[in-house]
Design a protein around this ligand. Structure first.
Ligand SMILES: NC(=O)c1ccc[n+]([C@@H]2O[C@H](COP(=O)([O-])OP(=O)(O)OC[C@H]3O[C@@H](n4cnc5c(N)ncnc54)[C@H](OP(=O)(O)O)[C@@H]3O)[C@@H](O)[C@H]2O)c1
Length: 297
């Protein structure tokens, strides 16, 4: 059962895992496929074998085809049925608008060679070259998303990197509220106001780059991880889960793929959560064009 756009507070710890799984029917942890090094099909197959049930890809990652192959191979080998996997992909930022969205969706589906997509997301709120028209474009895209969903071709519709003003446009469009917002979230960049806004509207929050950008190498982070007998990546993922996010993590290393699943048997104590929370700098990834446009428009 889903409670998207219905509100609901998510608090702490193990309970969160249960809440996220029960309330959203989404797996509590996802495997990301941007910038994987090596044979992507093999890596994703390994992730599935290690227990990941949510696979995140995007039109712009160049990984959709390999993800589709891994899913079919996993099914053929009897590891997991396709229906037991949540496959999520994203509309490219240069494909906004009604017809381009429909075309972009078909192209993703063809590359994945699937019959339907579990979660379809708008990758960024402002597409290339559409700074002046992005609001209209987003409305058109959202209408196309709603139609695809009503036809059963998408199970859940959502967005990435949408700020409050971008979300409000969609919420007021008459085509439904986004069910998911996928955001850069880690102890160094917590976007607390935006997360609160999403929570109040029952929008599920996914966390991309949960391992942060350098902050995990701080002495404080390393010391807290050691206290729990975990590595810094595992601590970052556990922090994310206790925050009520669905973290999406990525690794090209078989050891880390498996190790990053081993985060459900411990709980970060409140005082340590507070120490990790204090690492927030509110300094996101501002040096890329998509982030600049997100902030400007
Ligand atoms: N919507 C968006 O705009 C957006 C933007 C960026 C990313 N994403 C999605 O989010 C996914 C995750 O983000 P990300 O790729 O930045 O992932 P991440 O998990 O935060 O970082 C991956 C990096 O951390 C390393 N790593 C993995 N496990 C580790 C561990 N236990 N200890 C130390 N280091 C570890 C990996 O190296 P090794 O490979 O060597 O293990 C890799 O260099 C992406 O793959 C993509 O699917 C979405």
């Amino acid at each position: 059962m889903l409670i998207f756009c219905g509100g609901g507070q998510i608090s702490t710890s193990q309970k969160v895992v249960t809440d996220i799984e029960q309330k959203t029917a989404l797996p509590p942890l996802g495997f990301g496929t941007a910038d994987l090094k090596g044979d992507i099909r093999e890596i994703v197959l390994n992730a599935i074998q290690s227990g990941y049930r949510l696979i995140d890809t995007a039109a712009v990652y160049g990984s959709e085809e390999a993800v589709g192959k891994a899913i079919r191979e996993a099914a053929d080998r009897g590891l997991v049925r396709r229906e037991a996997l949540t496959v999520q992909t994203k509309l490219a930022p240069d494909s906004h608008g009604y017809y381009k969205t429909l075309q972009g969706f078909e192209e993703s589906l063809n590359r994945l060679r699937l019959d339907y997509i579990d979660v379809y997301l708008i990758h960024w709120p402002v597409g290339r070259g559409e700074e002046e028209t992005y609001r209209e474009k987003n409305m058109e895209t959202w209408q196309a998303f709603a139609e695809l969903k009503s036809k059963g071709r998408i199970r859940h519709v959502g967005v990435c990197n949408f700020l409050e003003r971008h979300l409000l446009d969609l919420i007021g469009s008459g085509y439904g509220c986004p069910e998911i917002n996928q955001l850069e979230l880690h102890p160094g960049y917590q976007q607390r106001g935006l997360v609160r806004f999403c929570r109040e509207r029952g929008i599920v929050v996914e966390a991309w780059s949960p391992m942060g950008r350098g902050i995990l190498d701080s002495k404080k982070f390393i010391a807290i991880a050691a206290k729990y007998g975990k590595d810094i990546g595992q601590l970052a993922l556990r922090w994310s889960i206790q925050k009520g996010f669905i973290p999406l993590t990525r690794s090209s290393s078989l050891r880390r793929i498996a190790g990053n699943m081993d985060i459900f048997g411990f709980e970060i104590l409140r005082e340590d959560m507070e120490e990790l929370d204090a690492l927030n700098t509110n300094d996101g990834y501002m040096d890329i064009w998509s982030y600049k446009r997100q902030q400007m428009y």
